[in-house]
Structures are given as structure tokens and as C-alpha cells.
Design a protein around this ligand. Structure first.
Ligand SMILES: [Fe+2]
Length: 180
């Protein structure tokens, strides 16, 4: 049973994750927990433990594969290691700004849901988009990257917008104010 960030870190060692992936996961965890805390302060019910563990494990699938498939592989590892359904769903849905059923089909992914829907799923997905390698950087840079790669920019902007509406504040600002 994986119940803490440190157990999640131990799982990275077990699966032979690259050190760069582990430091990326650590920073995404910091960002995700800062956002979760802000939501909690504003009265939202949020499973901080699931956010922390899933953020720590979100890229563990990269120990197997470097493609977009790392989300579903990571979810499978998390589930097998007893992290639970909530954590594995967050991992499965962190890729891109979510993947539509049509895109998933054309990418050859298993027929599953890849759209982050719960607050926990959306927070980890957004937190990942705020971190490049081990560093936080402006959201605008991710928008540029999506544009260059011809990914769905509208969905990416929608991810931030919905969090902004719920929070009553720009989630990017919350990240820059709280994560060093
Ligand atoms: Fe990832």
C-alpha cells in the first residue's frame, strides 16, 4: 500500500526511474500540494494524500516508455502496487491537458477515460504543466509548447480557466506565490 510521498519515492527506485524524473515528480508534488492547500483553505473538500502520492508517481510510467503511453503504464504500476483507484486515475489522466476518446484511439491507447475531471485529477494535471524538468515556469511557456506541437491549446487553457473560476484566483499566481 502506497500511502505517502516517501513510499512513492521508494517505488521510483524499485522501478529504476531516472533521477531527473524523480526530481520533476518532487516539484510537481510541491506545486500540486500548494494548489490543493489553497482549495482546502477556500472550503473545498480535497484528498491531499491522493494528490501528493499521485503527483509523486505521475511519471513513474516513464521507467517503461517515453511516449504518451507512460500515463496508462504508470497507472497500471500504481494500481498493482496498491496505490488505489483514485491515485491511478489521476496518473492515467495527467498526460497532455487530458486526451479525448478520438485522440486516444488514434494514439493506439487502451479504450479508457483520459480526461481529468475531479479536482484532484485537474490539479495534478495543471501542476505538471507548470513544471519543466525540476523547475516551475510560466504557464505561457506550456501554451507555446502545445502550439508548436499542435496539441489542443483550447483544452489546456480551459484547464487553467476552470481552476481559476473555482479558486477565484489565478492558479498560476498561487503557484508562483507559494512554491520556491
Ligand atoms: Fe507525464
Amino acid at each position: 500500500m502506497i500511502g505517502s510521498e516517501e513510499e512513492a519515492a521508494a517505488l521510483h527506485r524499485k522501478y529504476g526511474s531516472d533521477e531527473r524524473i524523480v526530481s520533476h515528480c518532487r516539484m510537481v508534488t510541491k506545486v500540486a500540494l500548494a494548489l490543493a492547500e489553497e482549495f482546502r483553505r477556500r472550503g473545498y473538500e480535497i484528498d491531499n494524500k491522493a494528490v501528493g502520492v499521485a503527483a509523486m508517481l505521475h511519471d513513474i510510467g516513464r521507467s517503461r516508455v517515453q511516449t504518451v503511453r507512460h500515463g496508462v503504464e504508470g497507472a497500471e504500476i500504481a494500481e498493482r502496487e496498491g496505490a488505489g483507484k483514485k491515485v491511478s486515475a489521476i496518473i492515467q489522466k495527467h498526460v497532455g491537458a487530458g486526451i479525448s476518446p478520438e485522440e486516444a484511439k488514434s494514439l493506439g491507447l487502451p479504450d479508457l477515460d483520459y480526461i481529468p475531471r475531479t479536482l484532484e485529477e485537474r490539479i495534478v494535471c495543471f501542476a505538471d504543466k507548470m513544471v519543466d524538468g525540476g523547475k516551475v515556469r510560466p504557464f505561457e511557456e506550456e501554451v507555446r509548447r502545445f502550439t508548436v506541437k499542435k496539441h489542443d491549446v483550447r483544452r489546456l487553457l480551459g484547464l487553467r480557466e476552470r481552476l481559476r473560476e473555482e479558486l477565484g484566483e489565478d492558479p498560476e499566481k498561487v503557484v508562483f506565490d507559494n512554491v520556491k
